[in-house]
Write a protein that binds this ligand. Structure first.
Ligand code: ADP
Ligand code: MG
Length: 339
């Protein structure tokens, strides 16, 4: 069977057959519009993302299953960054006519596996053919009580800057792929020194919904963002919207054991990857310095690593400091499409 024979509606059926309607779905795929119901008292959070072949992903590197997972993961991450609970997704696809049907099935299976893990229902989308590569657009909806929604604009001078998990893994993964360390097929186990782990952080990121929600519902957090373009660039978004600046301590940036092992093989420690490597999808947040103990405790209880990495200042601009107090100058900031 080929995509050509299946046609648009055959493909939509093929996707919808695998979907089961979860919480709050009154009418799912198949009608002109989906009908959903928010939980009592909750507000709707909505976000959309596009992934374009050869701009956001390369089919040479990205197996379709993990591409499907990542397509939804990056959107779930946006809901996590608001402290929300992900609920419903729309999936729009523009597909080249010769794209293999089995890859499309793997993509759908990956997308739906991510959906199931995070309690998200696929409730609709759009399907068309593409003359220039695979185009994926995902819209996600989530919910949260109004008092718990965390925005980018609440950081105050004196707050501490935190990050969850570790930074730079995805950037190191990209570096490895660009140097032709091709990912090994799924299920073949981890490579030496964490190569596969590092690459999987790029190809199959984990959205931080539990962290986002626990932090939001604790009421201890003043601003939050997901780190898609590197902590430096993403904290700048918090700083801009909050009307503040910040200092980030180079030696406080957390990295994984695999990152360290890889980094030791390089002539210089790749601090640039920790600061401005994209696609980690960890969370950066700010909180009153007096909340440090409490935040450490709730994160420990939830089993989520989190580290304070800097301080919010009233002076605008974001500075990175070395352990000796001198500024660390970085050429490249986060990824920016039209630059
Ligand atoms: P319309 O012409 O009204 O836009 P479509 O024929 O595009 O309707 O879609 C029919 C149904 O299938 C709709 O409910 C739509 O949301 C759903 N749908 C279309 N493409 C996808 C997709 N890629 N994934 C999930 N649902 C889809
Ligand atoms: Mg349509």
């Amino acid at each position: 069977m080929k995509l050509e024979n299946l046609g648009e509606f055959g493909l939509i059926d093929r996707i919808s057959e695998k979907v089961s309607n979860g919480k709050g779905v009154i009418t799912g795929i198949g009608d002109d519009a989906a009908v959903t119901e928010l939980s009592p008292g909750m507000q709707l959070l909505t976000s959309t993302d596009m992934l374009l072949e050869d701009i956001h992903f390369r089919l040479k590197w990205h197996d379709p299953y993990r591409l499907g997972r990542k397509s939804l993961a990056v959107s779930i991450s946006d809901i996590a960054a608001m402290g929300g609970i992900p609920r419903w997704a729309l999936l729009s696809l523009a597909i080249p006519k010769d794209y293999p049907l089995e890859d499309l099935d793997a993509f759908t299976n990956g997308f739906l596996s991510m959906a199931a893990e995070y309690g998200v229902s696929l409730i609709g989308g759009d399907t068309c053919s593409s003359k220039s590569g695979l185009v994926i657009s995902v819209t996600i909806m989530g919910e949260q009580l109004p008092q718990f929604v965390v925005r980018r604009d609440g950081a105050r001078p004196g707050d501490e800057i935190w990050v969850t998990g570790t930074l730079g893994d995805a950037a190191f993964g990209l570096e490895l792929l660009e140097n032709n360390k091709l990912p090994r097929p799924l299920g073949e186990g981890w490579g030496e020194g964490g190569v596969d782990y590092i690459i999987s952080r790029l190809l199959d990121p984990t959205p931080q919904t539990t962290a986002g929600r626990v932090l939001a519902e604790s009421g201890l957090v003043s601003a939050m963002i997901d780190i898609s373009d590197g902590i430096l660039s993403d904290f700048e978004h918090i700083a801009d919207l909050s009307g503040v600046g910040g200092i980030i301590h180079l030696n406080a940036l957390p990295y994984s054991e695999s990152f360290r092992t890889m980094a030791e093989k390089l002539p210089m420690f790749p601090f640039n990857m920790l600061l401005s490597g994209g696609e980690d999808y960890q969370l950066a947040f700010t909180a009153h310095a007096g909340n440090r103990e409490k935040i450490s405790n709730i994160m420990k209880k939830s089993g989520i690593p989190a580290s304070p990495v800097g301080i919010v200042t009233s002076l605008p601009g974001v500075t990175v400091l070395r352990p000796d107090g001198t500024p660390y100058l970085l050429q490249k900031h986060g990824f920016n499409h039209f630059k």
